[in-house]
Design a protein around this ligand. Sequence first.
Ligand code: NAP
Length: 318
Amino acid sequence: MAQRFLMARPLTDEVVARARAEFDVEIRTETSVLTQDEMIRALQEFDVVMPTLGDVFGADVFAAVPNPRCKLLANFGVGFNHIDVAVAEANGVAVTNTPGAVTDATADIALTLILMSARRAAEGERLVRTGDWPGWHPTQMLGEHVTGKKLGVIGMGRIGEAIARRCHFGFGMEVFYAARSDKTPGFDVTRVADVKSLAAAVDFLVVAVPGGAETRHLVDVDVLAAMQPNAHLINIARGEVIEQAALIAALEQRRIGGAGLDVYEFEPEVPQALRDLDNVTLLPHLGTATEEVRSNMGHMVLDNVAAFFAGQALPNLV
Ligand code: NAP
C-alpha cells in the first residue's frame, strides 16, 4: 500500500511542488483549522499528517481512532501545544516540529512590537490615516525611549535569545531573564529568580516561552501588578501565557505603559475591549510570516516526512 501524506494547509509554491514530487500527498485547500471529523479522518487514512497551529489533536481525537494508521504528526511550526504529545506517543504517533527556521523572523516581530508599542507607532499611523494629524509639535505623542533601557525575557530559548541579542547589540539594552536554567549566550545577561521579580525590574517584558499547561497564565494579575507604570509587555509566544482579562484591566487603568501582542488567549478572537484601546499594538500572529521563512519551515516538515518514509531517525522529534 502506498504511503499517504496529508498536508492540512496549502503551503508556499516551492514546498507544494516538492511535496507533490516526493510523496503521495493530499493537500487540503482550506486555510481554516481542521474540524474534529477531519482530524479523525487524518489519523485513520494517512501514514503521516502535517497539522499546524489551531489543529487541536487532543486526547478525544486519539480516543476516537484506537489504532491510527498515522504514525507521525509532522507539525508545521515550532510551537506544538495544540497537540497532546503524551497521548500521541501512547498511541504510537510521533510528533516533529520546525525549530530554528522560525527564530529570527519571530525575534524581528518582537522588536517590531517593542518599537511600535514604545513609540506609539500604530496609534500615530491611525492618526495620520484619519486625517486628524494637526502637524508636529514638541509635546505631541510622547512615547517611551527604547535605547539603553532594561529588557526582561521570559523564556530564554532560541527566540528569547535572538530577541536579547537584537536588544543588546542593536539598542544597547541591559538584558535580564527568567528561565528554568542558566543561559550563556555570549553577551551579558542576568538571570532573575522569578517572573514577578523580572517584571518589577525591567522597562520591556517579553514573553518567549512555549504555550501549554505549564506556562498558562505565567503572566498573571500579580506579575502585571509588579510591572512599572512605564513598562511595556510584549507577547510573541502564545496568548494563553498571559492572563488576557488581567492585561485588559491593566491597560484600561493605565497601570502599565502599553502592550504589543502577536498572539491572543482565545485566538483568533481578539476582544473588543483590546481593540478599543490605543495603548496596545495588535498584530495578527505575524511571527514567521515571510515567504522564505514559511518555505524553510515547509522544507523542514518535508525533511521529517522523508526521513520517516525512509525509516531513518526523525530530525526534529519533539
Ligand atoms: P525554545 O528554544 O524551546 O525556548 C523556550 C524557552 O522557554 C526555553 O529556554 C525554556 O527553558 C523556557 N521555558 C519553558 N518553560 C518555562 C517555564 N515554565 N518558565 C520559564 N521558562 C520556561 O523555543 P523557541 O523556538 O524559542 O520558541 C518559543 C515559543 O515561541 C514556541 O513554543 C512558540 O509557541 C512561540 N512561537 C511563536 C511564533 C509566532 O508566530 N508568534 C513563532 C514561533 C514560535 P529551558 O531552556 O530552561 O528549558
